[in-house]
Design a protein around this ligand. Sequence first.
Ligand SMILES: Nc1ncnc2c1ncn2[C@@H]1O[C@H](COP(=O)(O)OP(=O)(O)OP(=O)(O)O)[C@@H](O)[C@H]1O
Ligand SMILES: [Mg+2]
Length: 342
Amino acid sequence: MNKFKENISNSVLYIREVFLLSLGLYSLIALLFVLSSSQLLFIALLFLFFDIILLNIIGGKRKKEIAKIKSTIKNIRENKLNSPDEISLGKSLVELEEDIKAMFLRTQNDIANLKKLEQMRTEFLGNVSHELRTPIFAIQGFIETLLDGAINDPKVNMNFLTKAGNHTIRLNNLLNDLIDISMIESGQMKMSFRYFNVKEYLETIYNEIYTLAEKKQLELILHPISKDLKLFGDKERLRQVFVNLISNSIKYTEKGKIEILVEEEIKSGKIIIKDTGIGIPDSDKGRIFERFYRVDKGRSAAAGGTGLGLAIVKHIVEAHGSNVEVKSEIGIGSEFSFRLKK
Ligand SMILES: Nc1ncnc2c1ncn2[C@@H]1O[C@H](COP(=O)(O)OP(=O)(O)OP(=O)(O)O)[C@@H](O)[C@H]1O
Ligand SMILES: [Mg+2]
């Protein structure tokens, strides 16, 4: 029934033509009773003539409509329209007009997204080259100085070689981070989820990273974790998350402590990494997960940071169906947390 109504409402466009046609038919039937055969032939020919005129009118109307649709599509294709309000096909084609408007909006969004992606790619390349340049220039500088004679100066030669060596480590770390980022973002990162014992797992990481805190005379505390608690995740990838978060806390804390806690919830374990460090300004909290974003570029670069750590952390935690939450107060400390399924 609805379909019938719809068809009728769509054909209203040709209502005059239909009425004209029926009027003709009525008259023909009426005349059948009163006219002779030669008169009827004449009338039939007359109607044929009117039919042709009628068809011509209908055809003209359709042509106009199609021309309107064509020119609208052409304008869209040639980017001549700025807003969907400029699209108008008239009363008879309201539905089509709505569809074309929706399509136009979508194309506009797609174009805007493409432009944004293009800009991000350019920015990314700029950032990468900038980050590569620093260690390469440093290594180049040390090698040139050594070749120019410093190699024979026992007071500096070892020092320069060690520094050059450190920069190659930085380069290597940067490249590894870049490979991770590109694998993650192109969806090539294979995850392998399993249940694992969190206490054992975090103790291993704690033992590996402990000396880093010790060097800065910071206390690294792993709070007691139930020995039976098992969480679900990709241990290898989560290692990156923990190492990044804990080393950030160590990097951005001058005095005090770094704590690792696991709070058991009904369906998950909440993992918290907390420090008494410099804190993150409110205005930067939303941006620290962006690639290459650093609050204090000077301080981070001095600590060997490139601003890729948290971008990787975010992706990995999201691949576990969770989000990283940040609480932080300047001069008091920061807290990063996320959940893993039990
Ligand atoms: N625990 C923290 N306390 C204070 N600031 C932090 C902390 N963690 C991260 N930040 C800020 O967020 C920025 C981004 O962190 P991210 O780990 O992505 O980069 P990075 O540590 O500078 O370099 P990378 O991790 O690539 O070596 C840091 O530069 C720092 O300004
Ligand atoms: Mg980091």
